[in-house]
Ligand binder design. Structure first.
Ligand SMILES: O=C1O[C@H](COP(=O)(O)O)[C@@H](O)[C@H](O)[C@H]1O
Length: 241
């Protein structure tokens, strides 16, 4: 397990620009090695800003978006065009703005694609059949309760270690039905980047970074194989020791 590093920036806007630039550099570097990079997107409050920045900076980045695999760490199990969908947000702010190959966008199933258990199993199967190794970059938000993807404190999904995706039917944060990657899949990432802003997440960030029990602060259980970086704004970093 790699030691986590922390980068603190003044505010959410600076964080979005910093991470967007870092992501584009990484994508270009992986493509220069002759590999197709794979990234996993997050939802939540910082995602909109990040995705807009990635789209804005893409034109001058040298990244060939037709050669990038796009996955998600979690998704709300609602209709595909519901405003709550993480993928809908990402398409609007980023994926509709860059020439990504639709066949390389691995959106999680929505209502209408079968029941939620089937949805989780289908995504696990898509990962098994379509991914060619670890995620290059796994981007994750974190809730004020320390939840990551849709793994919530004290929930049984935290102990699922025999599959890559699980159904969540009682999320404390609406909407209640979600599909989430498990630790087994999240930790199959070269780089894990946490993107955390605002003061209400400061306590959970400090706990997760200092190695709290993942059952109390689920973000504490996610680590990259090569690096784990916590990008925090000053407010979210305000409780670090
Ligand atoms: O519901 C979710 O919450 C987390 C954190 O979201 P935030 O709005 O508190 O930043 C997010 O990472 C996850 O993808 C999303 O589905």
């Amino acid at each position: 397990m790699t030691e986590a590093t922390v980068e603190v920036v003044p505010d959410p806007e600076t964080l979005a620009t910093r991470v967007a630039a870092r992501l584009l550099e990484r994508l270009a570097a992986v493509q220069a090695e002759g590999r197709v990079p794979s990234i996993s997107l997050t939802g939540g409050s910082i995602a909109e800003k990040l995705h807009r920045e990635v789209a804005r900076l893409s034109a001058t980045s040298g990244v060939d978006w037709s050669w990038v695999e796009v996955w998600w760490g979690d998704e709300r199990f609602v209709a595909r065009d519901d405003a709550d969908r993480n993928a809908r947000q990402a398409r609007h702010a980023l994926l509709d703005q860059v020439p990504v190959d639709p066949a390389r966008i691995h959106e999680m199933p929505a209502t209408g694609d079968g029941d939620i258990e089937h949805a989780a199993a289908a995504y696990a199967e898509e990962l098994r059949s379509r991914s060619e190794g670890p995620f290059d970059v796994m981007m994750l938000g974190m809730g004020p309760d320390g939840h990551v993807a849709s793994l919530f404190p004290g929930h049984p999904q935290l102990d699922v270690d025999d599959r890559d995706a699980v159904a969540v039917t009682d999320s404390p944060k609406p909407p209640p039905q979600r599909v989430s990657l498990t630790y087994r899949a999240l930790n199959r990432s070269r780089s894990v980047w946490f993107l955390v802003t605002t003061e209400d997440k400061a306590e959970a960030a400090a706990a997760a970074i200092s190695g709290a029990d993942r059952h109390d602060y689920p973000a504490a259980g996610v680590h990259g194989q090569d690096e784990t970086v916590w990008f925090l704004d000053e407010a979210a970093a305000s409780r670090l020791g």
